[in-house]
Structures are given as C-alpha cells and as structure tokens.
Design a protein around this ligand. Structure first.
Ligand code: AMP
Length: 149
C-alpha cells in the first residue's frame, strides 16, 4: 500500500436521505485504502436556537432527540458495517464537533456532503464550508442533492 493512503476516515452525516451518498463514497474510499471508518452525527442543542428567548427546560425533549438520533445512527452505521465504538453522537455545533472528533480519532480525511451552493446561499455558509475552514486534515466534499449533474 502507498504511504500516502488514508488510514482513518471520519464521515459526518446529518441523517437526511442524502447521507447515503456520503456513506457510499466514504465506505468505498475506506475499503480502497484499507482504512478505518468512523461516523459522527452532531445534535445541535435546542438552547442554541431558543435558549435566550424561551424560559423553558429543554432537557427532557433534548434527551428524547438524543435517543432517537442514536437509534437512527446505529441503524445507518450498521448498514455501512461501522461498529458501535466507531459511531459518535455529540452535542454541539457541527463544524466544531466534527473538527474535535477528527482530532480525537486521528482522522486523516473528513468526508462531508456538499450541496454545491453558490451565490447568496454560499455566502450564508454551509457545514461543508465550516468543516473545510480550520480543518487540520484533508476534507472531501461529496456532492449531494438533486442537482448533481
Ligand atoms: P449542509 O450543507 O449544512 O446542509 O450540510 C452538508 C453536510 O454537512 C452533510 O451532508 C453532512 O456531511 C454535514 N452535516 C450537516 N449537519 C450535520 C450534523 N448535524 N452532524 C454531522 N454532520 C452534519
């Protein structure tokens, strides 16, 4: 195997239908490089969106969201052959937590989906852009969405 082959891949999934496209590419790359594949899903705390405005305790509903996401990720990851110890669910901001997890598992490639936005939508930012900025390893943006051609 070449010395430049990737050894540890981290794919980030939002658990939308498009996650299958990201997983397909990541799994193919992992297998071609004989690399270890991790998966991360980040849950954004409700308090980030509503914390300041609504005086409410979100912990119950937050826990329910966490459990549901965990189940969804487990079924998604097992379809891709990723064992439990390489399935990561974290609470926080996707870009930040994806970077942290990449460091934690020693990833040399992060795989994300990208809608290939342009113009105003691009200026408003996307997770793929956020992950690219400040990443300390390579980042692969897999084109997802209906307009792939
Ligand atoms: P976006 O452009 O923000 O819709 O996100 C595109 C890609 O970013 C997705 O295909 C995922 O790879 C990644 N992503 C977005 N949100 C999350 C999340 N909550 N957890 C993990 N990855 C995410």
């Amino acid at each position: 195997m070449s010395g430049t082959a990737y050894k540890t891949l981290l794919m980030a999934v939002d658990l939308s239908d498009e996650s299958g496209d990201v997983a397909e590419r990541a799994a193919a790359l992992a297998s071609a490089n004989d690399a270890t594949l991790h998966v991360i899903h980040v849950i954004e705390p409700l308090s980030f969106a509503y914390g300041g405005d609504i005086p409410m305790d979100f912990s119950g509903i937050q826990e329910e969201i966490h459990q549901q996401a965990k189940q969804q990720l487990a079924s998604f990851a097992s379809d891709c052959g990723i064992p439990e110890e390489r399935q990561h669910i974290v609470l926080g901001r996707p870009e930040v937590e994806i970077h942290n997890m990449a460091e934690e598992v020693g990833a040399d490639l992060i795989v994300v989906g990208s809608h290939g936005r342009y113009g105003l939508a691009l200026l408003m930012g996307s997770t793929a852009n956020g992950v690219l900025h400040g990443a300390t390893c390579d980042v692969l943006a897999v084109r997802v969405g209906i307009d792939k051609s």
